[in-house]
Design a protein around this ligand. Structure first.
Ligand code: ADP
Length: 351
């Protein structure tokens, strides 16, 4: 690549001026005291001398500086250009030190930012991998444990065989559930969501979720209902399947962290600004204030001890947040410990 050369003359201009002043003063002084010339001759001589001294020193200094700086500065440009900095190599080489310093500083700042981003990404990758293996380990070892016990002889006992196979199957089910969530979250985080927008009745979608989760709720004697009679359809615009997933995750949580004989209530508000609010409310265990800001983080769980009977992957709410944000919506939480929680999100009303 040919690099153009940007000249500045300020340095040579000033240096030549200083040399000329000094030279003329010195020569004038010497001539005056040694040769005793008449005033007119001395003045014409000094003017001619000053003129030639200025021109010659300007040329020499400019040439030397260009040569000197060009060589060294070019080396700096060459050294940094292998890093493929678009900022530096596209610039003309300059003998102007202020510009060069500014450019090198900018180059260093850009590189620092690049390194910071890479560090954050690396940290994210490491944390993600750690969390994934941690999540998979428990059910995997459970399944392995039951299979080994069966192989060690338990399979000869008919009742034990059935019991252990059922437990192993539960473990596999949980593995599948975690892997599905992981698949979904990695797609969401890569921005690979491919939403297919359509117009649909959100009341109907919530009813589908109730139908699918009825059995799960019955196990804790939890009643799933609407807060009102919604006889008319509420049409929203969004990806129907993904929104069903959002409501499913919220209702599943309300059941999981709900009290026996409790309730889960879903409600809708149609706002004047063309939005629809969907609310999922429960009277479950609630969430402490200090944990609320972190709920939507990947793998975040309020109870990290693992002692809790209801375990998820810790991905449910971050999946919810990603989907809602991809719909340009907002999600809010209100919760009080031992009283209950309400998760609400907005959707675009269909026109
Ligand atoms: P998990 O798979 O652990 O349920 P989530 O991302 O769905 O992960 O939820 C994160 C945490 O938020 C849960 O571990 C739970 O402690 C808390 N949480 C979520 N929903 C509720 C709720 N309705 N009531 C109480 N706590 C909740």
């Amino acid at each position: 690549m040919s690099i153009s050369f940007k000249r500045t003359y300020k340095f040579a201009f000033k240096s030549a001026l200083y040399i000329t002043i000094f030279g003329v003063g010195f020569v004038g002084f010497l001539s005056h005291y040694i040769f005793h010339p008449n005033q007119e001759d001395l003045t014409s001589f000094l003017i001619a001398f000053a003129f030639s001294l200025y021109i010659s020193s300007f040329i020499v200094i400019q040439y030397r500086v260009e040569f000197f700086i060009y060589r060294r500065v070019k080396k700096i440009y060459d050294d940094v250009s292998f890093l493929e900095s678009s900022t530096i190599i596209n610039q003309p080489i300059t003998t102007d030190m202020a510009t060069l310093t500014r450019e090198v500083k900018k180059f260093a700042t850009d590189k620092k930012m690049e390194i910071e981003t890479l560090k954050v990404r690396e940290e994210y990758r490491r944390e993600f991998l750690g969390n994934v293996s941690h999540e998979l380990k428990t059910p995997l070892f459970t399944v392995q444990g039951y299979i080994l016990t069966l192989l060690d002889g338990a399979m000869k006992d008919k009742t034990l065989r059935k019991k252990y196979l059922e437990r192993a199957e539960k473990g596999v089910e949980r593995l599948v559930y975690i892997v599905k969530d992981l698949d979904m979250i990695s797609k969401l985080e890569m921005g690979d969501l491919n939403l297919s927008f359509e117009k649909f009745n959100i009341v109907q979608v919530a009813q589908n979720v109730f139908d699918l989760l009825e059995m799960k709720a019955e196990k804790k004697n939890i009643i799933l209902s609407f807060d009102n009679k919604y006889s008319k359809a509420i049409l929203v615009s969004g990806d129907r399947e993904k929104i069903q997933q959002v409501i499913t995750n919220l209702v599943v949580n309300s059941i999981k962290y709900g009290k026996e004989n409790g309730f889960v209530e879903v409600g809708f508000d149609v706002l004047a600004n063309g939005k629809v609010i969907v609310r999922v409310k429960d009277n479950g265990e609630g969430i402490e204030k200090q944990n609320i800001p972190r709920l939507f983080e990947r793998f975040y769980r309020v109870d990290k001890s693992g002692a809790r009977t209801e375990g998820g992957s810790g991905l449910g709410l971050s999946i919810v947040k990603h989907i809602i944000e991809a719909h340009n919506g907002k999600i809010l939480v209100q919760s009080e410990i031992n009283v209950g929680s309400e998760f609400s999100f907005t959707l675009e009303k269909a026109k």
